[in-house]
Design a protein around this ligand. Sequence first.
Ligand code: ATP
Length: 146
Amino acid sequence: MPTIKLEVVSPDAIIYSADISMLIVRSTGGELGILPRHLPLIAGLLPCAMRVKFPDREELIAVAGGFMEVQPDKITVLASSAETPIAIDVNRAEKAYARARERIDAFRSAKPLTTKIDIDRAEAALQRALARLKTAKSAQQEEHKA
Ligand code: ATP
């Protein structure tokens, strides 16, 4: 079974490194699936729960955004921040989600002092929180199965 090396790097640490079967990410151009021997590529990443596939299982990694460089034998994800399920503080992500939702609701009901910049920031914060919650939940479900 062919594999490709995945390295996920944040500004201060190597978050993850493994030989994998496939990576599925949310890029600025839409969803991308990267298999071994993919053509060289650079793509911008949006906040997402990246799907890391192995022959017998799948793991999720939360990525807040950044860039991905693909070479035929290696994928490097340069993330503004990234977390494996075990590193995620679910309570913090739930609070971030609630804060972002409140800001988005305030914008939609046209309360004063909410600007376009606020809504873009709130939407991005909501996506980061959702990616973290989905990633953390995936590991809880795996534990349940075991
Ligand atoms: P918050 O509002 O809770 O700070 P955020 O989405 O604004 O969330 P980021 O700016 O994406 O946070 O990340 C800042 C740092 O905090 C990064 O190092 C990131 O890995 C870490 N981080 C953010 N949220 C969590 C979380 N729920 N669990 C673990 N680490 C987190």
